[in-house]
Design a protein around this ligand. Structure first.
Ligand SMILES: Nc1nc2c(ncn2[C@@H]2O[C@H](COP(=O)(O)OP(=O)(O)OP(=O)(O)O)[C@@H](O)[C@H]2O)c(=O)[nH]1
Ligand SMILES: [Mg+2]
Length: 228
């Protein structure tokens, strides 16, 4: 498999981008679970990708890891139905885990299924040991919706206790430059001081930056990781 070329971007100088993208590329499928208690206990930092159905969570994971089909992405909303874990680490030594979560807000799912899933997700976000960071993916054409706001509320106490938090505005290629700038500033206000990045899987925009941020989350003691 050929890896994505590294393009230096603002906020992620080339050496850091290379480290972060190389690390991301080590991702391997670890396990899948429909329920929280089926997830294995893990002793490494876990970073969860959450957001509305179809926001681009699975595509974001595939882009960051430079693997086309690691996470299942699909035009059909509701494609991800389990919590899928991917192990990261060089020389087969796992040092972090990415978690791809099913999206919420998918209209075609029955009310009882929605409620059940929302409960699993809330329990996961509130109680999963090792959860170090949350990446909330949001389609900037929709903006943060009521469900996203509800999730931010659930997360607030854990963020205050040190949980890392990033909002990724996906599908930036669908916006003009002016719309991108506007989406960024509006979401920054809503994020209450949290980090926000523009991202496009199609144009590889924001990829190095997000990878570097996640690397810093997972390696807080490493040189250069104190700014995340
Ligand atoms: N143009 C464009 N399309 C994207 C981008 N990222 C994702 N998509 C498309 O958006 C659709 C949904 O992507 P997924 O990654 O499956 O979304 P998801 O959030 O994992 O969805 P669920 O698993 O249903 O929660 C797919 O058709 C992707 O090709 C992007 O950066 N640009
Ligand atoms: Mg998905």
């Amino acid at each position: 498999m050929t890896s994505t070329p590294i393009t230096p971007m603002a906020g992620a100088p080339a050496p850091e981008a290379k480290i972060a993208m190389g690390w991301m590329h080590t991702a391997k499928f670890l396990t899948t679970a429909a329920q929280l208690h089926h997830l294995p206990p893990l002793a490494v930092p876990e970073i969860a990708f959450v957001g509305r159905s179809n926001a681009g969570k699975s595509t974001c994971i595939n882009t960051l890891t430079q693997q086309k089909q690691l996470a299942f992405a699909s035009k059909k909303p509701g494609r991800t139905q389990h919590i899928n874990l991917f192990a990261l680490g060089r020389q087969g030594v796992m040092d972090a885990v990415l978690a791809d979560l099913p999206g919420y807000g998918y209209a075609a799912v029955s009310r009882s299924d929605k409620m059940r899933w929302q409960q699993v997700m809330v329990n996961y976000l509130v109680s999963r040991p090792g959860l170090t960071g949350i990446v909330l993916l949001c389609d900037p054409r929709l903006g943060l919706t009521g469900l996203d706001e509800a999730l931010l509320e659930v997360l607030r106490p854990r963020v205050q206790q040190g949980l890392k938090f990033l909002i990724v505005l996906t599908k930036a290629d669908k916006l003009t430059r002016a719309e991108q700038a506007k989406a960024l500033s509006v979401t920054r206000l809503q994020a209450g001081g949290g980090q926000v990045r523009l991202f496009s899987a199609l144009k590889k925009q924001g990829v190095d930056e997000v990878a570097w941020l996640l690397w810093q989350w997972a390696h807080p003691a490493a040189p250069g990781a104190d700014s995340a």
